[in-house]
Design a protein around this ligand. Structure first.
Ligand SMILES: Nc1ncnc2c1ncn2[C@@H]1O[C@H](COP(=O)(O)OP(=O)(O)OP(=O)(O)O)[C@@H](O)[C@H]1O
Ligand SMILES: [Mg+2]
Length: 361
């Protein structure tokens, strides 16, 4: 999969630009704050329809403007034109000039794998960030995933509401709660299976990448879920804890509590790993994902390495580029071209951002 060109209109600091890319290596360099990340953020948003830096879509609109448009031509067996238009009123996506009403029909089309320094935060932050990682990555692979997830969240809300109602009014029917519980469990188990499958696939490759690029040790990811049981056992658990759930007014079990634990040589990296080991672990996860996408979708994703020179040394970045096959379109950003190995520079299309202008050098 390749992006042939990117066109931006009022996106972040860019008023109007069009860039043609290499099918293989692309380097974007320039001083701090010139708009390097903005550019790869646009490529990312063309795929996911969202930024990786903020949940607030409006921040993507150039200051003082009403809307932004990201447009790109992507080649994946066929050549298609993709558009994401964000305005204060909302978001619109198009493929080949046709509006796509269901976002799930749009976002599984362009596959992007992003490595950036902030990602290491998934080890210190709450489990919700690790679930977010799962949600984003799996929705790129499976169209139905977001639909199940949205439905699960809807039922979860209804069930929590009903639990709170039951606290106020003890005569509330248990039958309706049972219906909601059954719905929750059946949707949750679908999500559980997709998440489990995804992590199983990641585990087929992650140890390889860790050892090949980053260092010694056996890296593994464990998926932890309340739903790793039979439907009967899960429902039984809800029934046994009915009183507690009514008192706290929320569903105490479910895939909304899922978590991921990274183990290096059987030790939990979040608790025990060094800063460097944590970074290497999440980057290995992302590289393993390239293989998972290749296997599932029969195409290579587009790879973005944003500001990785501030996170890992040059030698490792060279290893990453060397180990991946030449077929992967890659975007690398850096403040300094000299930080990037000659071999990469000599084979890349190079874009320099200076004084609000992007020039190919
Ligand atoms: N909505 C917006 N409208 C106009 N300018 C914006 C908007 N959002 C961000 N910017 C500008 O974009 C710049 C930051 O761009 P970006 O994060 O891409 O920099 P960078 O080149 O990646 O820098 P670094 O090397 O520090 O990572 C800032 O100067 C900021 O003012
Ligand atoms: Mg940046």
């Amino acid at each position: 999969m390749k992006i042939n060109f990117l066109k931006l209109h009022n996106f972040r600091n860019y008023e109007k630009i069009k860039l043609d890319f290499s099918n293989h290596l692309n380097i974007i360099y320039g001083k701090n704050g010139v708009g390097k990340t903005n550019l790869v953020e646009a490529i990312y948003a063309l795929s996911i329809t969202k930024s990786f830096r903020t949940n607030n879509d409006r921040l993507l609109i150039k200051n003082g403007c009403e809307s932004t448009k990201i447009e790109g031509e992507v080649e994946n067996y066929t050549q298609n034109n993709y558009e994401v238009i964000i305005s204060k009123a909302g978001k619109k996506v198009k493929i080949d000039n046709k509006t796509i009403s269901k976002i799930s029909d749009y976002i599984s089309n362009i596959n992007i794998v992003l490595l950036e320094p902030e990602e290491q935060n998934i080890f210190s932050d709450s489990p919700s960030n690790r679930r977010k990682l799962l949600n984003i990555e799996i929705s790129k692979l499976k169209k139905d995933y977001i639909i199940y997830l949205n439905n699960y969240n809807k039922v979860l809300k209804q069930r929590n509401f009903y639990l709170r109602e039951s606290y106020i009014n003890a005569n509330k029917s248990r039958d309706y709660l049972d219906i909601l519980t059954n719905k929750l469990v059946s949707l949750g188990l679908k999500i559980y299976e997709m998440r489990q499958d995804f992590i199983n696939s990641i585990n087929e490759y992650i140890a390889y990448y860790y050892q090949k690029i980053f260092g010694l040790g056996e890296l593994k990811v464990k998926y932890v879920s309340d739903y790793d049981k039979s439907p009967e056992e899960i429902i039984d658990r809800y029934n046994k804890n009915y009183n507690r759930e009514v008192i706290v007014g929320k569903s105490l079990y479910g895939i909304h509590h899922d978590d991921l634990i990274f183990y290096l040589d059987n030790k939990n990296i979040a608790e025990w790993g060094s800063n460097g080991q944590q970074k290497n672990a999440i980057f290995s996860f992302k590289l393993a994902e390239i293989e998972v996408i290749k296997k599932e979708k029969n195409t290579s994703p587009i790879l973005i390495l944003d500001d990785l020179f501030s996170a890992i040394d040059n030698e490792k970045i060279k290893n990453i580029v060397n180990i991946l096959d030449n077929n992967i379109q890659t975007f690398i950003t850096s403040t300094d071209l000299n930080k990037i190995s000659k071999k990469i520079v000599n084979n890349a299309r190079i874009f320099n951002i200076k004084n609000e202008e992007i020039k190919e050098v």
